[in-house]
Structures are given as structure tokens and as C-alpha cells.
Design a protein around this ligand. Structure first.
Ligand code: 5GP
Length: 213
């Protein structure tokens, strides 16, 4: 029987909603068997980050080469840096039947939706805008002005929610993780995904019966 193609799972949502934290929690679980799509970026490596694990940290020129070679599924410029999803490793994993997990910002998710509409698009939403503002303030990395700009941007980004298949509210991390895993599990049980293997079983049974009679 041929291998069932893996699922492409895209987790996105506004800046500051906790996409990275939720994604790390998903991958910390030893039962997690999704393949994380490591992005390429031109931003500086932060302490504790590993090249090839958290990101492929590359130069602007290197990134522009990837763009011209059409080696990226999507890319976006975000706060002055490029971020992009390498295409080749995704295709390889999907064709091996592995589920591939992308955690990207909303412009990128939009482009993936255009190119791979069969993906599963999950929007991570903040419990409230007040909570989002507190999270951005608690990060301590942005001025009041920048936070105000990010809040306006978040409003626009939240309005893009209708382009997604599912919404998960990131109130408690473990609840968000469980909900995302439940979504992926049910997507595997869709009739169109399961039907082929059941049909193959039926065919094999009746072929055997016919050969025996
Ligand atoms: P950070 O610099 O905090 O690691 O990531 C900044 C933003 O870039 C986050 O919203 C993250 O989801 C997003 N991001 C990470 N990788 C990619 C990618 O390959 N493509 C796009 N479009 N966004 C990405």
C-alpha cells in the first residue's frame, strides 16, 4: 500500500500571542512525531538558539539567493529581517508520510494557503487584547510607541482569522497544546484520508475469497 502523504500544519497568529511558546511545548512532548520545519532567517541568533535547530541563520545575500532559486515555500520580511520556509525538506517529509509543522507569521501563512491549500491552518488567538498588550509589555523589548503599533497590527492580523480552518485561544499553554494535537488527530481521521486504506482492505478480502472459490 502506498504511504499516505503527511499533513502540512500551519500555526500562525499575531505577534506576541505566544506561537513560539506553544510550538516549543508541542515539541517537548516525547510522543510528538511531527517534523518541525526549521525556517531560514537573517536575524541575529539569540542566546540559547542553535543554528539548524531553531533556525538556519544566514546572511541577507544567502537569503536572496534562496529567493531567486525559488527554494522557499514562502518568505516574509518581519521587523527588518527575512524569514522563510525551505521547500525541499517539507516536500520530502510530506511524501514520506510525516506531518510537517510550520510556525510562521500571518503574511507567510497567507502565502502558504495560496500554494498549499490542502494544509491545515490554525490561528492562535490571544485571550483578549488587554492580555496581548500585557504580554508585549512584559517582554520588555519594546517602547510604548512600538507596542501601540504592534497592537494596531494585531487588530489587523486578528481580522485575518476567517482565512484559517481552526482557532485556538492561547489562554493556558497546555490547553492550547491539547487542542492543536486534537485538531491534527481528527484531521487524520477524515473520511477522504482513511477511505483508501479501507477500500484496499475490502479489495484484498474479496480477491482472496474469489481465488479460494
Ligand atoms: P522570532 O524572531 O521571534 O523568532 O520570530 C519572529 C516571527 O517570525 C514569529 O512570528 C515567527 O512565527 C515568524 N517566523 C518564523 N519563521 C518564519 C518563516 O519561515 N516564515 C514566516 N513568514 N514567518 C516566520
Amino acid at each position: 500500500m502506498s504511504t499516505q502523504r503527511g499533513l502540512l500544519i500551519v500555526l500562525s497568529g499575531p505577534s506576541g500571542v505566544g506561537k513560539g511558546t506553544v510550538r516549543s511545548a508541542i515539541f517537548e512532548d516525547s510522543n510528538c512525531d511531527y517534523v518541525y520545519s526549521v525556517s531560514a532567517t537573517t536575524r541575529q541568533r539569540r542566546p540559547g538558539e542553535t543554528d539548524g535547530v531553531d533556525y538556519f541563520f544566514i546572511s541577507k545575500e544567502g537569503f536572496e539567493d534562496l529567493i531567486s532559486q525559488e527554494a522557499l515555500l514562502e518568505y516574509a520580511e518581519y521587523v527588518g529581517n527575512y524569514y522563510g520556509t525551505p521547500l525541499a525538506s517539507i516536500e520530502e517529509s510530506l511524501s514520506q508520510g510525516k506531518d510537517v509543522f510550520l510556525e510562521i507569521e500571518v503574511q507567510g501563512a497567507r502565502k502558504v494557503r495560496e500554494r498549499m491549500p490542502e494544509g491545515i491552518f490554525i490561528f492562535l488567538a490571544p485571550p483578549s487584547l488587554n492580555e496581548l498588550e500585557s504580554r508585549l509589555t512584559d517582554r520588555g523589548t519594546d517602547s510604548k510607541e512600538v507596542i501601540a503599533r504592534r497592537m494596531n497590527k494585531a487588530k489587523e492580523e486578528i481580522e485575518l482569522m476567517s482565512h484559517y480552518d481552526y482557532v485556538v485561544v492561547n489562554d493556558q499553554i497546555h490547553t492550547a497544546v491539547n487542542e492543536i494535537n486534537a485538531i491534527i488527530k481528527s484531521e487524520h481521521l477524515r473520511v477522504e484520508r482513511v477511505m483508501n486504506s479501507i477500500q484496499a482492505d475490502i479489495n484484498a478480502y474479496f480477491e482472496k475469497e474469489a481465488n479460494q472459490s
